[in-house]
Design a protein around this ligand. Structure first.
Ligand code: SF4
Length: 254
């Protein structure tokens, strides 16, 4: 009896086992189906997202594009402005250069022979100027005598050179020398459309020749001689003779 019960129980267990197996199989199938559905549902979602993404990207790019164009336009505008300014500057520079050239030309035209000589000659060449076979000391004294008559009004140098029979070049070099040695002043003036100089005597040079052979140098009574004394240059015969002899000498020998 017990054996029969055991057998029945075993059969029952087998049945349950089989049912369980079947249930498992069914569940598995169901799971498979659900998974497939989910995957199927997910699949179309992905392209949507991607499409959305793509759309956003396109929009952004579309938005960016005009911005970029604006920037480029601005850049182009600035570049054009800069080029225009540069061109303007160039024109201005040319005008400036033109003015400078005109000023230079004018200055060139206003340049005197003396100015050219001053550029060409050294200080030593100016100060040691010597005209061949001419006593420069006597010539200087002669110039001083003539200029002294015009006092502070001065005398046109061309007029002076004419009277002294000097060439313009020699006269100009002499004027430079006399100015450097502090004997005359030169005043630049426009005369009949040409630039020239007026020479004004500044000081009379001390010349040893002016007292050459003066009787006072060897006078035996020089110690007793005075302007208001008994022995005086006012009444001195030797002085009279010396001055008369000096006046008879030719003033400039060339
Ligand atoms: S002025 Fe006549 S006296 Fe007098 S020092 Fe001269 S030379 Fe002599």
């Amino acid at each position: 009896m017990a054996k029969k019960k055991d057998e029945e129980l075993a059969i029952e267990a087998e049945k349950l086992k089989a049912e369980l197996e079947q249930l498992k199989e069914t569940k598995k199938k169901l799971d498979e189906k659900t998974k497939t559905k989910k995957t199927a549902k997910k699949e179309p979602k992905k392209p949507k997202k991607e499409a959305k993404k793509e759309e956003t990207k396109t929009k952004k790019t579309a938005k960016k594009e005009p911005k970029k164009s604006k920037k480029e336009a601005k850049k182009e505008e600035t570049k054009t402005k800069k080029t225009a300014k540069k061109e303007e500057k160039k024109v201005k520079l040319t005008k400036k250069q033109e003015r400078e050239l005109a000023a230079k030309k004018e200055a060139e035209e206003q340049r005197t022979l003396e100015e050219e000589l001053e550029e060409q000659l050294t200080d030593a060449e100016i100060e040691n100027f010597q005209i061949e076979k001419v006593d420069m000391e006597k010539l200087t004294n002669r110039v001083c005598e003539m200029l002294a008559k015009y006092e502070s009004n001065g005398m046109f140098q061309s007029e002076l050179w004419k009277k002294l029979k000097l060439s313009s070049r020699d006269g100009s070099r002499l004027a430079l020398k006399l100015e450097r040695t502090g004997i005359i002043n030169r005043e630049k003036l426009l005369e009949k459309g040409r630039w020239t100089y007026k020479l004004i005597l500044k000081k009379t040079p001390i010349s040893t020749q002016s007292i050459e052979n003066a009787p006072c140098l060897i006078c035996p009574v020089e110690q007793k001689c005075s302007l208001d004394g008994e022995i005086s240059p006012r009444t001195c015969q030797w002085i009279d003779e010396w001055v008369t002899a000096d006046l008879k000498k030719p003033k400039v020998s060339q």
